[in-house]
Design a protein around this ligand. Structure first.
Ligand code: FES
Ligand SMILES: [Fe+2]
Length: 465
């Protein structure tokens, strides 16, 4: 890749072309949890927090009535920091000279100005729409006055609170390399390889420890065993809608059996993968700025309600609040243990949190991966396809058009699913097998009854392999 292209597809600050593209989408700005006084006691008295998103500094607050406000962080008067503002029933007041701004950016008071001053009417603080969805506060940073798109009717947004859990974490790297690890179906056989398997008893909420659906000679196999023993996958992908790729990864096991893993990539930075037979992970990658990224994961259950307390506790053990910064990182070599690497895991960075493995992979590349020096292989075909879509989308926005997945309400309502599966299937009929299994999973979800089952095929639907 040329250096200019790498710059083009990674830089997302105000005024950049990729930044203009990313501002066509709702972007997660915070977890609703971040305003929970049990997790951050300061929120009991003052639910206000600074947020950095797409290289912009903002302040997010909850109004007395329960609504949300998101304003530029620096006061429109002389730039003091509104993250230290006084939260009042009608808005946020700057402590420097008392200017007060409503959640919509209206200037309500400039108390030091002479009586009768109309300065207030000529000043606005830039405000951004906020959408609360499935435990996450999404922000719209598009051009002032433009209309936000609709969120797709994906399962993660359709599931009720009982079957849905959201968490996030900070990675010190560019957003694109963070996303590219999730659309790389070859890496779990290596990066996440455990040299021994565990009993399924401790598998809850843990990636790859659960069983693949199906059996081999009457025996259930943990996903990690399949990944370990069958490490040379055949990867296919289909454009199932504009901006929605289905990844099908086949690992032939015997003449009769094939392991099938189906995941999706939704433009610009979301992947949807199975955690277990009944739980799916939808993960978004949100640029904080060019060199830091938050991943936001939505866990969606098609079976029992989620044990959210257990899932939250598992994950909170690995981060520090309020930033959700991982305890392990470059500063301590991601907890690398050469003894573990020689005896228990392929990587040597622990067995409990596979997220740390991905974190090492993406952070160790450097803040912005130098793609002029990489050598892509056959297993990188989805990464290549995604970069083509990304470059084309930047062109589209440059020409004043609408990029993929910037959806109208009708388009959004038609984008349901997407399905995920991790199963052992008959080699001769794996395609029918997985889609039947996926349909059965959806049929079993009480909250999904009556919903559409499949994304409507894109008019130019095509397969690439
Ligand atoms: S800088 Fe905010 S009121 Fe003066
Ligand atoms: Fe991974």
């Amino acid at each position: 890749m040329h250096a200019e292209h790498n710059e083009l597809i990674t830089r997302i600050g105000p005024g950049t072309e990729c930044g203009a593209l990313m501002r066509h989408y709702w972007q997660p700005a915070a977890l609703v949890d971040e305003f929970d006084p049990r997790l951050d006691p300061r929120m009991a008295t003052r639910p206000v927090k600074p947020v950095r998103l797409l290289g912009q500094d903002l302040v997010l607050f909850r109004e007395a009535g329960g609504g949300w406000g998101l304003l530029d962080r620096h006061c429109a008067h002389r730039g003091a920091d509104l993250a230290f503002g006084r939260l009042e029933p009608e808005g946020l007041r700057c402590p420097f000279h008392g200017w007060k701004f409503a959640a919509d950016g209206t200037c309500l008071e400039t108390p030091a100005e002479p009586i009768g001053s109309t300065l207030c009417q000529r000043v606005r603080q830039r405000a951004y729409p906020v959408l609360e969805q499935s435990g996450v506060l999404f922000a719209w940073l598009g051009p002032e006055g433009s209309a936000p798109p609709a969120l797709p009717r994906f399962d993660c947004f359709a599931a009720p609170a009982s079957h849905s859990f959201a968490f996030k974490g900070l990675w010190s790297c560019n957003w694109l390399q963070a996303f590219e690890v999730g659309i790389d179906p070859a890496h779990p056989s290596f990066l996440h390889r455990y040299l021994q398997d565990e009993s399924f008893d401790d598998a809850y909420g843990r990636q790859f420890r659960a069983a693949s659906a199906g059996e081999v000679g009457g025996e259930r196999w943990p996903m990690t065993r399949v990944m370990r023993e069958f490490y040379r996958p055949e990867i296919r992908f289909d454009h199932v809608a504009d901006g929605l790729l289905r990844l099908t990864t086949l690992r032939p096991m015997t003449d009769e059996l094939t392991h099938v893993r189906v995941t999706h990539a939704a433009f610009p930075a979301t992947f949807v993968i199975p955690l277990s037979e009944t739980i799916t992970i939808t993960q978004l990658h949100v640029p904080v700025d060019d060199t830091r990224t938050y991943w936001y994961s939505f866990f969606t259950s098609f079976g029992e309600p989620l044990d959210k307390e257990a899932m939250r506790a598992q994950r909170l053990a690995c981060v520090t609040l309020p930033d959700y910064a991982p305890k392990q990182g470059r500063h301590n070599e991601w907890g690398f243990n050469p003894e573990e690497q020689s005896t228990r895991t392929y990587l040597g960075m622990g067995e409990d949190d596979i997220n740390l493995h991905d974190q090492w992979a993406v952070e160790s590349m450097g803040a912005i991966q130098d793609r002029t020096r990489e050598h892509l292989g056959t297993t990188d075909k989805v990464i290549m396809a995604n970069r083509r879509v990304l470059l084309k989308a930047i062109e589209t926005v440059r020409a004043g058009g609408t990029p993929p997945m910037a959806l109208t309400p009708d388009q959004a309502a038609a984008l349901t699913g997407p399905d995920t599966i991790d199963c052992i299937a008959p080699a001769a009929s794996w395609e029918a097998h997985w889609s039947t299994a996926a349909s059965a999973k959806r049929a079993a979800a009480a909250w999904l009854r009556g919903a559409l089952h499949e994304p409507r095929p894109h008019p130019e639907r095509r397969r690439e392999a």
